[in-house]
Write a protein that binds this ligand. Structure first.
Ligand code: ZN
Length: 499
């Protein structure tokens, strides 16, 4: 399917191409085949999800040869200047070439969209593990590893949230910056890239970087593992933000390296710690005010993330996966602030593999949804992921209301509703401070009958307060009234919703 989309690329015009592989989401419904909801009466109001088209790239032979010529010229000059390291025999050991930045604290931020294609014939795909997670186009066999950012690749690029870092130390032998970085199609444009020669003479190409984000270091400067080279972008012939990492054993550029090792690439792995072929994980769990709105390339996604709610709001729970496989069951749980389960369900996909997928369910929170910190938890592939959201508290006092006479000996019925997770206390305040606690540890949504003592001092400045026993700042307080007077209040208790 991936392959046929790429064939289209070269048959139709670039306008159609943009529509075909511009990174538009394709969605599926119903989401996550056959979810099973544990608690009756808690069915979601809506659900959805799907997988995104993955970014691909293209580098013409002419473009590749031009880069190689430029790098050889630079290296010749560096050798003259004595800036090229003597080749060492120690094999290169690659660290992960991406890093989260600028406050991004999601569980994950990447996926692999394409490995090196080991079958040089057009239309035949073979990755290092004998699978087909690679691509080719006419005249181009994918020669690198593509790391895409996920979810919200354009937002991440705009916010500099995922940076390309040096995978193995060496010397910068080339830099290319200043090129357009929001490509949505194969366009034969120049990319922004940094080229690093390792101390064993091997060479790494870090391509498609964001315009203007490149390291300020110059050709001839050395770089160490983990050092930032730039921001993941979509410069050059590319359909979306990703890093293309391409490796060669030496400056002749005749021997391409696939850093991954398995049955269809039996040379030893170049990774310090090679990640699994199916690196199944959750990148992000999120609550929102609406489903995510995927936009056309290269516009940032309308994420609709939200973490603060009041009872009655609609809330959307979304999970973003990488390498989600058939047979992997996710267990989703919504916990109320007191730890009890609001709802729990499971789901799995029927498709064999999604490099990037997302699934969401929308709920209408009940009007009396418990106040406090709720948790949305996803258990997937042996790992637990979670996010919290807040529901605001309220205490609505419903009686006494209207015209009330506060006389010693009067029987006052005080009633209220709240959404607090625990008990409330009822206090009589005089001049703003607690004069008497009338009732302690009273369950939520209750009533309390208060007989005003005959011994009460006549006077002004009284208030009734109903407060959370664990935090009396969470409270509703009446207007001031006088005991023993004939004062009347039309609105003794003002409706209150508290944060
Ligand atoms: Zn690539």
């Amino acid at each position: 399917m991936k392959k046929s989309a790429l064939i289209l690329t070269f048959v139709f015009s670039s306008l159609l191409l943009l529509l075909t592989i511009s990174g538009l989401a394709h969605t599926q419904s119903p989401a996550n085949a056959d979810p099973v909801f544990i608690l009756p009466g808690r069915e979601p109001i809506d659900s959805g999800g799907g997988s995104l088209d993955l970014p691909v790239d293209d580098l013409s032979d002419a473009g590749r040869q031009a880069i190689q010529a430029e790098l050889n010229q630079n290296m010749a000059q560096l050798a003259v200047d004595g800036l090229l390291m003597t080749d060492e025999t120690t094999a290169v050991s690659l660290s992960w070439p991406l890093s989260a930045s600028n406050g991004l604290d999601d569980y994950g931020y990447h996926g692999i969209s394409g490995f090196v294609d080991h079958d040089s014939r057009y239309g035949y795909l073979l990755d290092y593990a004998c699978g087909d997670r690679t691509y080719d186009v006419v005249g181009y066999n994918h020669k690198g590893t593509d790391f895409f950012t996920w979810p919200f690749a354009w937002n991440k690029m705009d916010n500099d949230e995922v940076v390309v870092v040096v995978a193995a130390p060496g010397t910068i032998i080339g830099k290319r910056d200043g090129n357009y970085d929001r490509s949505c199609a194969m366009n034969n444009g120049d990319w922004n890239a940094v080229y690093v020669r390792h101390n064993d003479g091997s060479i790494a190409w870090y391509g498609h970087l964001k315009n203007g984000s490149l390291t300020s270091k110059s050709i001839g400067d050395t770089v160490i593992t983990g050092e930032v080279l730039g921001v993941v972008g979509s410069s050059g012939s590319s359909t979306g933000p990703h890093l293309h990492l391409e490796l060669y054993t030496n400056a002749t550029f005749t021997t391409l390296v696939d850093p991954y090792s398995d049955n269809c690439n039996t040379s030893s792995s170049w990774w310090q710690a090679q990640r699994p072929y199916d690196d199944s994980a959750v990148n992000k769990v999120m609550t929102g005010s609406a489903p995510v709105e995927w936009t056309t390339c290269p516009n940032p996604t309308i994420i609709n993330e939200k973490t603060e709610f009041v009872g009655g709001d609609d809330i959307y729970f979304t999970t973003f996966y990488r390498d989600q496989l058939a047979g992997q069951t996710s267990q989703y749980t919504i916990y109320q602030p007191n730890g009890s389960i609001y709802d729990r369900w499971t789901g799995s996909i029927s498709a064999e593999h999604y490099a990037s997928s997302w699934w969401w369910w929308g709920y209408s929170l009940p009007a009396d949804a418990m106040s406090g910190d709720w948790t949305f938890e996803v258990v997937f592939n042996g790992q637990t992921y979670e996010t919290t959201f807040q529901v605001s508290s309220y205490i609505h006092i419903t009686a006494p209301a209207g015209i009330v006479f506060w006389q010693p000996g009067s029987v006052m019925s005080i009633t209220w509703q709240d959404n607090l997770p625990g008990d409330v206390q009822i206090d009589l305040l005089k001049s703003g401070i607690v004069s008497t606690t009338l009732a302690l540890a009273t369950p939520s949504d209750g009533s309390y009958v208060w007989t005003i003592p005959m011994s009460s001092s006549i006077g002004l400045g009284y208030q009734i307060r109903i407060a959370d026993v664990t935090d009396t700042a969470v409270s509703a307080t009446s207007q001031h009234f006088a005991i023993g007077s004939q004062e009347q209040f039309d609105n003794l208790f003002l409706p209150l919703t508290l944060k």
